[in-house]
Design a protein around this ligand. Structure first.
Ligand code: ADP
Length: 390
């Protein structure tokens, strides 16, 4: 199989696109882009070393009109995709591996919409838009939940009646493509540690942690939805269910308003009242900005403690995604709470965003490994194509 592959990583208000050259069974990145859908839709993309920004003022939603504008900009001139891979946030109990998208698999994903009502309809819209533009192109789905189907049984349980668990109200976990990519990189870079007990902290606008043994997920901080776990840019992370009942009775009234608040009005933004962006908070001297960052670090460290119980100890910690890869102060703030566990960072390696950031006396080795969800998607696309001998 050779040609051009595209990956789509569809959020509720953003779309990340990767363009890859496929040759001899490998996919090499050619271009990347992110489009934020909002009042002023804007497409930012890099092709080689060139960075471009384009305003798309008349595009208001993710759909065929958006793709018709974006793809000619980011695809190599005159080329059409031969393969398209999609990140699908929820695979429920049905999807434990990537699949070819056909009418059957698409119908099954459609049935999962109640589990991820903000994300799945947008992703399916992109699948349909691609089909309308390129009716014969092969499309695949990569599921964020699939990596966590190996979790231990206790980690999947909420303390609710058994029949609800059996009906699918259980802990699934997300960011699976990122964890798969990072764990494979760690195994290549440090095979002994990579096959040991590893906690990976994916700290981006969405944030979660995963405890793995031998590169396999055993427990993770996100659960039924991507609201669970540690605080995020605008989501609260785990929150006492009593608060939600109180809010529904006092001012929120319906699930849609509460949902919008929980996805967009909480987390770092809610606590600081300033921003959900760590870079902005780092430069802000308001005490509430400091408190938001302190809470973020405290809760991440707490989650690492919980995962240490799940794994029976920790050999290595890996930081990844925008904050994990680029914010020494956050890593330092997390490590400060974990000194009792034997984690100690090297001041200089941490400041330099080096690959190994733990100090010589640390009993836990700490790494920074950049994630690449787009590469993870396209690698799975190629694996599906191979599996089906297409
Ligand atoms: P997303 O989860 O939407 O993919 P990112 O992984 O880029 O987003 O994470 C966004 C967060 O990472 C923001 O809080 C931002 O401040 C931080 N971040 C991203 N890139 C950098 C950077 N180069 N330097 C410092 N902080 C960064």
């Amino acid at each position: 199989m050779s040609g051009t592959a595209i990956t789509f990583n569809t959020g509720s208000s953003s779309l990340k696109i990767g363009v890859f050259k496929v040759e001899a069974g490998f996919a090499r990145p050619l271009a990347r882009g992110t489009v934020m859908i909002g009042k002023g839709t804007r497409f930012k993309y890099t092709s080689g070393t060139d960075v471009h920004e384009v305003d798309l003022p008349h595009v208001k939603e993710i759909g065929p009109a958006l793709l018709a504008e974006l793809l000619p900009l980011i695809l190599p001139k005159g080329s059409e995709p031969t393969l398209v891979g999609h990140r699908i946030i929820h695979g429920g109990l049905k999807f434990t591996a990537p699949v070819l998208l056909d009418s059957d698999t698409e119908a099954c994903i459609n049935q999962l919409v109640p589990l991820a009502p903000l994300h799945l309809p947008c992703a399916l819209e992109v699948v349909r838009a691609v089909r309308a533009m390129y009716p014969d192109v092969l499309q695949t789905a990569s599921f964020d939940t699939a990596f966590h189907t190996s979790q231990c049984a206790l980690a999947t349980r909420l303390a609710i009646p058994r029949e609800m668990h059996d009906a699918g109200i259980r802990r699934y976990g997300f960011h699976g493509l990122s964890y798969k990519f990072v764990s494979q990189k760690l195994k290549k870079f440090a095979p002994d540690l990579g096959s040991g007990r590893v906690v990976c902290a994916h700290l981006g606008n969405g944030a979660s942690l995963c405890g793995m043994v031998d590169g396999v997920s055993k427990d993770t901080s996100m659960g039924f939805s991507c609201l669970d776990g540690v605080p995020m840019a605008t989501r609260p992370g785990s929150i006492d269910a009593g608060v939600l009942i109180h809010l529904l009775r006092n001012g929120f009234h319906d699930a849609d308003r509460l949902e919008h608040f929980l996805y967009h009005g909480c987390g770092l933004l809610g606590v600081s009242g300033v921003s959900g962006d760590v870079r902005v908070l780092m430069e802000n001297f308001h005490p509430a900005a400091r408190e938001a960052l302190d809470l973020f670090c405290f809760r991440i460290a707490g989650e690492i403690g919980r995962l240490a119980v799940s794994l029976g100890g920790i050999d290595a910690i890996v930081f990844t995604a925008g904050i994990g890869e680029n914010q020494p102060e956050v890593r330092k703030g997390v490590a400060r709470h974990l000194a009792w566990m034997g984690l100690e960072l090297s001041e200089s390696a941490n400041k330099a965003n080096a690959t190994v950031i733990s100090g010589r006396d640390s009993t836990i080795t700490a790494f920074i490994i950049p994630t690449d969800e787009e590469q993870a998607i396209v690698d799975e696309t190629l694996a599906v194509v191979n599996r089906h001998k297409l």
